[in-house]
Design a protein around this ligand. Structure first.
Ligand SMILES: [Ca+2]
Ligand SMILES: [Ca+2]
Length: 229
């Protein structure tokens, strides 16, 4: 009976534990116009649980006060995907027609705005176009400190536990054809408004099993061994 009580406590602790986020850094000031601090990405954090991907992005400006910047999230999780040019989602590799190219095919995309009521749209590439799968609202609680957070379901991005994807996050303006002004995964300065931008898709993340699931599996194994003993 004591053991059962202890196990119950352990199970509860395991089920409520929070995943540690992976941190991805970017340089300060690696943009063509240093005055655009609201678009200067400093870093991002990503974690997941069984259902959702949790993403936060921090820029070098008060994005509660200056909130016109838009956020672009590019995911490459396998072969195929949208490319710029005559293939894919011509002329660009994303359904928002932002002037960003990458050698990797884009399998999923999310675009977000933080002005007005704020919002984000998540899409997956279906081989001939993008399917819009989800609308979500960004968490702007810490926007004055430059940080915005998104909770997007894995399924809306075509992802599952165990998947590894390459990704990049960009900042841009509100116009069709605007380029990424800063990209998380490179410190190469992008040419700025009226030009193109190029992502190396230089970061990757693995959708890990939720820590609660791992711990529960471990405890189940322990219980199983005890029964056999
Ligand atoms: Ca930066
Ligand atoms: Ca950068």
């Amino acid at each position: 009976m004591k053991i059962r009580t202890l196990s119950g406590a352990l199970l509860l602790a395991a089920a409520t534990s929070v995943a540690t986020a992976d941190f991805y850094g970017d340089a300060t000031g690696d943009i063509f116009d240093g005055g655009l601090t609201n678009l200067d990405i400093l870093g991002a954090e990503i974690s997941n649980d069984a259902d959702n991907l949790y993403i936060s992005v921090t820029t070098n400006g008060d994005v509660a006060a200056t909130n016109w910047g838009k956020y672009l999230f590019f995911f490459d999780s396998g072969d195929g995907g949208a490319l710029s040019g005559p293939f894919g989602n011509d002329p660009y590799n994303n359904p928002w027609n932002r002037n960003v190219s990458a050698a990797a095919g884009i399998d999923a995309f999310m675009g977000s705005w933080i002005d007005g009521d704020g919002g984000a749209l998540a899409y997956t590439w279906n081989g001939g176009g993008f399917d819009e799968n989800a609308f979500l609202t960004p968490d702007r609680t810490d926007a004055a400190m430059g940080t915005v957070r998104w909770t997007v379901s894995l399924s809306a991005l075509g992802l599952a536990i165990g998947d590894t994807f390459s990704f990049d996050i960009g900042t841009t303006g509100g116009g069709d054809g605007d380029p990424a002004i800063d990209l998380l995964s490179t410190t190469d300065i992008q040419p700025g408004w009226g030009n193109g931008s190029t992502s190396p898709m230089g970061y990757s993340y693995t959708v890990v099993p939720a820590p609660g699931v791992l711990a529960l599996a471990g405890l189940a194994g322990l219980a199983s061994r005890r029964r056999r003993a």
